[in-house]
Design a protein around this ligand. Structure first.
Ligand code: HEM
Length: 401
């Protein structure tokens, strides 16, 4: 079995959009990843995706961005603002963990203690999911994942499940209307359990997968987005106004961040059939393909000679994503791309009907409160991972309360 590395945009897209290459990054992590949407292929995957997609339609995402997101964001950001300072890494995790729990169908009381507890469990799930990259003892991690799943079941999942089952029973008896049914992954899977041939274990793993898929990626992207904005304003003070007042421009800034900081630097696929890719490399069945998203997103043939630089004024060719391959592409492309990143606006886009994405909305809320870094307490990268993520990002709020 050969290993093939793909590090340019065109070939990366060719592999990711070809059904002859199957997901393989999570092969060592069945405890947490077996049969979830991201590791399913063929009709099982197509049917699951069709059902779950209903929660991520553009109109639903827009409504979430305009209404539900602010119900979560407001109390968290207001508390930080009242304190006068915060750590943006922590703040981003609090916001995104609550959002992701909401979408996954896990009820989290509004006290932040429970959110932090859930986050701890989800971090263990993620460590279990990315076991292929781990340098730690894999048996220990697998056991930690199994223990975390038990705690998750006891403290979060069972009660969320029971509540939804009761609601669905009431709906079946005609006691409540469709509008009273929660719009989340757990509920949608319970309603389609037979149609999708889902076992209880698969449903629980799918919900646990959603919790990790949404939380780390969005939290890290948010801290990166703020950092890049802040640094840009420092070196381009003339852009401060446009960043504060033009939400379309702010979204362009977020697109650049997403392109330069893909949540996962690589995607993995294994060939299920022999084939050729663009550079005419022969691929045999079973070959292992490492798609370098980090390098593909910096491909100068697509993003220009300054592709490695952050430039919110970048003009990207029509139909090419300004966020690069950060949300993936093809069969397994991120279902929450519009929700988190928004859509690319056209010249005549009405801002009231536009999806800016949750990250842009979060940035706007931080800027409106005068969030800024402090000389005393400098942000630090996370030294526990090789990925370029922030470990500590102290901020203060300088707007008069
Ligand atoms: C900045 C934030 C995010 C980034 C960068 C991101 C990135 C990605 C990428 C690269 C993939 C494809 C992986 C592959 O092809 O191997 C993916 C898939 C997925 N993401 Fe996201 N994601 C983000 C946020 C979210 C959120 C908030 C959710 C849900 C709450 C979510 C749900 C999913 C799901 C369900 C899939 C699997 C789709 C499938 O297999 O059909 N993601 N994401």
């Amino acid at each position: 079995m050969a290993e093939v590395i793909v590090n340019n945009y065109k070939e990366a897209t060719a592999i990711l959009t070809n059904r002859d290459f199957a997901q393989s990054l999570y092969d060592e992590s069945p405890e947490i990843m077996q049969d979830v949407i991201l590791t399913s292929e063929g009709n099982t995957h197509i049917n699951r995706r069709k059902i779950e997609y209903h929660l991520f339609r553009k109109d639903i995402s827009r409504n979430y961005e305009h209404v539900d997101f602010f119900k979560i964001l407001k109390p968290i950001i207001n508390e930080a603002y009242t304190n006068g300072s915060s750590d943006l890494v922590e703040l981003s995790y609090l916001v995104t963990m609550n959002v992701t729990a909401d979408i996954s169908g896990i009820d989290v009381p509004k006290d932040f203690i429970k959110t932090r507890k859930l986050l701890k469990l989800v971090k263990i799930f993620s460590e279990g999911a990315t076991l292929v990259h781990s340098l730690k003892d894999k048996t220990i991690i697998r056991n930690q994942v199994l223990d975390a799943l038990e705690v998750f079941d006891r403290e979060f999942y069972s009660s969320s499940l029971k509540r939804r089952e009761k609601i669905l029973e009431k709906f079946e008896c005609g006691e409540i209307e469709e509008e009273s049914i929660p719009k989340d992954i757990l509920t949608i899977l319970l309603r389609n359990k037979k149609k999708l041939y889902l076992s209880n274990d698969i449903i629980r793993r799918e919900v646990a997968f959603y919790l990790q898929a949404g939380s780390h990626s969005t939290a890290n992207a948010s801290t990166h987005a703020f950092h890049e904005l802040y640094e840009w304003i420092k070196s381009h003070p003339e852009d401060e106004d446009i960043i504060h007042n033009d939400k379309f421009f702010l979204q362009k800034c977020v697109f650049e961040t997403l392109r330069l900081h893909p949540a996962s630097p690589v995607a993995w696929r294994k060939a299920i059939k022999p084939s050729k890719i663009l550079t005419k490399k022969n691929i045999n069945e079973g070959d292992h393909i490492i798609i370098d998203l980090w390098k593909s997103n910096r491909d100068i043939s697509v993003y220009g000679m300054d592709a490695t630089k952050y430039n919110p004024y970048r003009e990207v060719q029509k139909k090419l994503p300004p966020w690069g391959l950060t949300f993936g592409v093809g069969a397994h492309a991120c279902l929450a791309r519009v929700l988190d990143g928004g859509e690319v606006p056209k010249a005549n886009t009405d801002m009231n009907k536009h999806n800016f994405g949750l990250i842009t909305c979060f940035m706007k809320a931080l800027l409106d409160k005068g969030a800024q870094t402090t000389q005393k307490n400098i942000p630090q990268l996370d030294d526990k991972t090789e990925r370029q993520n922030w470990g500590k990002y102290p901020i203060i709020f300088n707007k008069v309360k």
